[in-house]
Design a protein around this ligand. Structure first.
Ligand SMILES: NC(=O)c1ccc[n+]([C@@H]2O[C@H](COP(=O)([O-])OP(=O)(O)OC[C@H]3O[C@@H](n4cnc5c(N)ncnc54)[C@H](O)[C@@H]3O)[C@@H](O)[C@H]2O)c1
Length: 254
């Protein structure tokens, strides 16, 4: 059977995490070669071993800090050296940040969150886009959040960076269209991942707080975000650019 990403090379950041890990696995299941980037070696190696044991595609692990310019440049160069090109980019890295209002939050923490959540997107696109041009074009998919559209208390860094990721995606979509590069963001609602446990005692507490805010009546799953990313990565979305795809169970509609 022909995979929807046969012959494609994807560069996926945060691939050791829940959502980008699901994206990397689905892309490889559809035939892609996936360059899996994360700052945590153990989890990104696990994603790659899952891919290698069950997918027609391939994976390779790259340990890198995507908020650091030299690291990003090297990660992109290494991806091209290994797989020959880049067709698809997914930016999904996000810092676990301290909770607090603008008065409480140390400036250094604000800057760290901006670097990991936002500057990483700028850097990865800056260095990957010329390779995508050389490959004839492609698709960039940046992970935003419903909290880039509506605000949640005491998380000024997160909400601001996610709004900026959505706007940066539109800005790049306009500027890179002449290279046949489409750029879109995905804004997930609350997705049942360990990330949500940073700010809650257990998943039951997460569900109690967030399920009532999702008209669909449950939290989302990483695989549901991966399906949206697959749509944006393939020709099924060939006329879609500069869009923010809400995959939020209706959260922002009410
Ligand atoms: N889980 C949710 O409910 C939810 C909702 C909306 C948006 N999102 C977004 O989806 C994305 C993935 O979230 P997740 O729930 O899978 O979280 P996760 O914590 O499972 O994954 C995040 C990954 O980013 C990696 N990372 C952090 N800093 C990095 C850096 N400097 N360089 C390289 N890698 C780095 C971490 O090691 C981790 O593997 C994030 O951008 C998050 O903001 C998540």
């Amino acid at each position: 059977m022909v995979g929807r990403l046969d012959g494609r090379v994807a560069f996926v950041t945060a691939a050791g995490g829940a959502i980008a890990g699901a994206i990397a696995r689905l892309f490889a299941a559809e035939g892609a070669k996936v360059w899996c980037v994360d700052i945590r070696q153990e989890t990104v190696v696990k994603t790659v071993s899952d891919i290698e044991s069950s997918s027609p595609g391939h994976g390779a692990a790259c340990v890198a800090d995507v908020s650091d310019e030299a690291s990003v440049r090297k990660a992109v160069d290494d991806a091209v050296a290994r797989f020959g090109k880049i067709d698809v980019v997914v930016n999904a890295a996000a810092a676990s940040e301290a909770v607090g209002d603008v008065v409480e939050m140390p400036f250094a923490e604000w800057q760290r969150v901006l670097n990991v959540n936002l500057s990483s997107v700028f850097l990865v696109c800056k260095y990957a886009a010329p390779h995508m041009r050389d490959a004839g074009g492609g698709s960039i998919i940046n992970i935003g959040s419903t909290f880039g559209r509506v605000v949640v208390p005491r998380r000024p860094g997160y909400t601001t960076t996610k709004a900026a990721v959505i706007q940066l995606s539109k800005s790049m979509a306009i500027d890179l269209a002449h290279w046949h590069i489409r750029v879109n963001s995905i804004s997930p609602g609350a997705i049942e991942t360990a990330r949500l446990l940073d700010r809650h005692p257990d998943m039951e507490a997460v569900r109690e707080r967030f399920v009532p805010k999702h008209p669909i009546g449950r939290l989302g799953r990483p695989e549901e975000i991966a399906q949206a990313a697959l749509y944006l990565a393939t020709e099924a979305s060939s006329f879609v650019t500069a869009s923010d795809l809400l995959v939020d169970g209706g959260y922002t509609a009410i």
